[in-house]
Design a protein around this ligand. Structure first.
Ligand SMILES: Cc1cc2nc3c(=O)[nH]c(=O)nc-3n(C[C@H](O)[C@H](O)[C@H](O)COP(=O)(O)O)c2cc1C
Length: 400
């Protein structure tokens, strides 16, 4: 038998070629990353943001640049990562029901939220400590939010002051609040943020405490030598800019209750949104307490190990809210189809966390812009495939 025509051998030979150091070396010399021809869906190691085909390519690129401890901080979930995985798995439990033969040449992906118009329903979720991912911290993200006219929610533990981030964004951002046990500290931050012009404050309520095993392990193993963020002892992070001049209490936040939220409402004219709602009961209470919006979130799998994804929590919250206030959802959004599913289940907008941190870590502002562009492009594709011409048309008829 002529072995050169044996398909098994041909496969083996191609596999050898694809992984051979000679071919890999040559492909690098030509400036092209090697492609695994047997796994066309494997993320590629790109060297330019413009070469990213999906957001996972930016994840691969970011891995080359992050310090190991920072990577762990970004990627980890709580406990053994159950909710983290559930967030992605959850999307598979819903399927699309696309309609055919609808002229979808012209699409409108814009939405309105609190009287503001945005080109897409995609928002930037608050993520702390961004100097861990880029030397300029939150600034490249703010600049990308500006060029893409995207709403950015700034974390309480931002590496930079809210005023500087607003300068880079070109308009006030939303602010995410971690309450402090010391009322004067919480009050001081709320007043500062309000004075800076932030129109909306999102109070995060899903982290009374959390068990971050991966982070604990890496903190012990790492010896970060980055004095910009860490004090000389490994893992000790000095006071963040938003706490300067205030006394920060590093206790758990299990004291937080609706009474405390009411107290915050009483001292501010900003719109107050609650981040971390995952049940209909709490959605009802949010309405009773005069809250202006909710974010269905499990902190990207970093809060409790519930086993339930936010896409699975969304429907009960949407039902309870019944159109009275906006519902935003985050945790695990990586694809246009994920966004479409959330919109079909009744969300008004979605937010992303890690994907833009991958963009930030790999290519700075351009990386974040690329993530936003990719998700918009993918959303447009699924809208065309489904025959939905604008966001309002995406409803429960398009999903099972
Ligand atoms: C590195 C990192 C830091 C975060 N920091 C905060 C924070 O300071 N405040 C907050 O409310 N949520 C924080 N989150 C949660 C995000 O706002 C958001 O809920 C989550 O990242 C969404 O899930 P995704 O990363 O899968 O998109 C953080 C998430 C990550 C990954």
């Amino acid at each position: 038998m002529n072995k050169s025509f044996d398909p098994t051998n041909r496969r083996a030979f191609l596999r050898y070629l694809a992984t051979s150091p000679a071919i890999l070396g040559a492909s690098r010399l030509w400036g092209q990353p090697a492609i695994d021809i047997f796994d066309p869906y494997a993320p590629q190691l790109i060297t330019r943001a413009q070469d990213a085909i999906n957001v996972f390519d930016l994840h691969e690129a970011a891995k080359q640049k992050y310090l190991p401890g920072h990577y762990t901080y970004m990627s980890m979930g709580t406990d053994g990562g159950g909710t983290l995985r559930a967030n992605r798995e959850g999307f598979k439990k819903y399927q699309l029901r696309p309609r055919r033969l609808i002229n979808s040449r012209t699409l409108d992906t814009s939405i309105e939220l609190f009287g503001q118009r945005y080109p897409t329903p995609i928002m930037i979720a608050p993520c702390g400590h961004q100097k861990a991912f880029h030397s300029e911290g939150e600034i490249p993200v703010a600049r990308a939010a500006r060029t893409r006219d995207t709403e950015m929610v700034l974390s309480s533990v931002t590496s930079l002051a809210v005023e500087d981030v607003i300068d880079a964004r070109g308009k006030p951002v939303w602010y995410q609040l971690y309450v402090d046990e010391k009322w004067e500290t919480t009050r001081g931050i709320v007043k500062r943020v309000e004075a800076a012009g932030c129109p909306v404050m999102a109070i995060t309520v899903d982290l009374p405490i959390s068990n971050r095993e991966a982070d604990m392990r890496h903190r012990r193993a790492d010896n970060p030598n980055c004095q910009g963020c860490h004090a000389p002892n490994a893992g000790v992070i000095p006071l963040k800019p938003m706490y300067r001049g205030l006394e920060r209490t590093f206790s758990d936040r299990s004291f937080l209750d609706w009474e405390y939220v009411d107290r915050i409402r009483d001292i501010t004219d900003m719109k107050v949104v609650i981040k971390g709602i995952v049940t209909s009961e709490d959605a009802e209470l949010a309405i009773e307490h005069g809250i202006d919006g909710v974010i269905v979130s499990n902190h990207g799998g970093r809060a409790e190990d519930s086993g339930r994804s936010t896409i699975e929590s969304l429907a009960e919250v949407v039902d309870a809210i019944n159109g009275r206030i906006p519902v935003i959802v985050d945790s695990g959004f990586r694809r246009g189809t994920d966004i479409f599913k959330a919109l079909a289940l009744g969300a008004d907008a979605i937010a992303i966390g890690r994907p833009y941190l991958w963009g930030l870590g790999s290519f700075g502002q351009e990386g974040v812009e690329t993530v936003l562009d990719i998700l918009k492009r993918e959303l447009e594709i699924v809208m065309k495939q489904s025959g939905t011409l604008n966001i309002a048309e995406i409803n429960s008829n398009y999903i099972i």
